[in-house]
Ligand binder design. Structure first.
Ligand SMILES: Nc1ncnc2c1ncn2[C@@H]1O[C@H](COP(=O)(O)OP(=O)(O)OP(=O)(O)O)[C@@H](O)[C@H]1O
Ligand SMILES: [Mg+2]
Length: 318
């Protein structure tokens, strides 16, 4: 005879145990996960901070150093080694900048003397035609050399000012007029078409916070480019205000440079395909870029085929 009975009491206990074990497993896993997550987060926090600091390092901002806590662990040793490496790079960079600055300044005087002596020679009436042609060619090359040295001095000037920023309120329209007036001395056929776009109810002067010398160097370079690479020596210039930005647009009609990406034009010593017959060394736009970086402004070069070259500078004034 077979007798069976269900042990309901113990079954319910077993069921209870099953849920208890399952619950304990889930809660245990969660606790372990949260604990290990917060532990690893706090252990890796210094590395996360280092990454943020390292991302701020640029060629104009080499003074940033990593600051660890006063513990003698692997992370602090790494931070110290990194800081020592940055010291060495910073020193080498400073020495290199100093050398470029000094060399350019020293070169300026002898070149100016050569230019003056060549001019004196060329003014002599007794010069035979062959010598005159030779001297004229030397004079042209020396003029280009002097322009290049002036550009290098300008670059050195930007470097030295980066350590002692003193910005003043400057009117963009006045800067444009003054650089055009400077340029007209050497390019008398320079024609400027100038316009300011005012929004109704916003008749503020087009002012920026800037360094006058550097802004003039940049604008002179842009105006000279627009003049040199235009068909009609006419430069269109527009100042407008848009969404808390002050924009300066400089346009000229002429052959457009054949480049895939116009940011290439801002590379030092790069010259485009449209430079036939125009002397230069490819430093102008890189100076402009450096000056605009100094002012936290952005500069864009846009080509609108078939023949419009456009430089746009955007200042954030909001
Ligand atoms: N307004 C412009 N219109 C057409 N092409 C331009 C204009 N500005 C610059 N470019 C192109 O960009 C190149 C780089 O300009 P950048 O001013 O740096 O050098 P450069 O004018 O050739 O020489 P440098 O300015 O040193 O005398 C130029 O060679 C030219 O091809
Ligand atoms: Mg140029």
């Amino acid at each position: 005879m077979l007798v069976s009975a269900e042990d309901t009491y113990n079954n319910s206990k077993l069921n209870y145990l099953k849920y208890l074990l399952f619950g304990a497993f889930v809660i245990g896993t969660l606790v372990v996960w949260i604990l290990s997550f917060s532990l690893s987060r706090s252990a890796l926090k210094p590395l996360y901070n280092f990454r943020k600091k390292i991302q701020e390092i640029t060629d104009s901002n080499l003074k940033i150093r990593l600051s660890g806590e006063k513990r003698e662990d692997e992370i602090n040793t790494l931070a110290n080694s990194f800081n020592q490496m940055m010291d060495r790079i910073d020193n080498a960079y400073e020495r290199q900048k100093e050398f470029t600055g000094n060399a350019s300044h020293e070169l300026r005087t002898p070149i100016a003397r050569i230019v003056a002596q060549l001019e004196n020679q060329l003014n002599r009436d007794s010069l035979d035609p062959a010598t005159r042609t030779n001297l004229e060619s030397i004079s042209e090359d020396t003029f280009q050399l002097s322009e290049m040295v002036s550009s290098l001095v300008a670059l050195a000037d930007i470097n030295s000012r980066e350590n002692s920023r003193s910005l003043m309120r400057l009117r963009l329209d006045e800067l444009v007029f003054s650089s055009v007036a400077d340029l007209s001395k050497t390019c008398p056929d320079f024609k400027l078409k100038f316009e300011i776009e005012q929004q109704p109810g916003n008749e503020h002067a087009p002012e920026i916070a800037g360094d006058e010398t550097l802004m003039k160097i940049a604008l002179r370079n842009l105006m000279k480019n627009a003049y040199n690479y235009s068909d009609n020596h006419t430069v269109d210039c527009l100042i407008r205000r848009e969404n808390g930005q002050l924009q300066l647009l400089i346009c000229n009609k002429g052959e457009i440079p054949d480049v895939e990406n116009t940011t290439t034009l801002f590379t030092t010593f790069y010259r485009g395909s449209n430079t036939a017959g125009v002397s230069g060394s490819g430093i102008g736009l890189s100076i402009v870029k450096r000056v605009m970086d100094f002012h936290n402004a952005t500069v864009f070069f846009k080509v609108i085929p078939p023949d419009t070259n456009q430089v746009l500078i955007v200042f954030d004034i909001a």
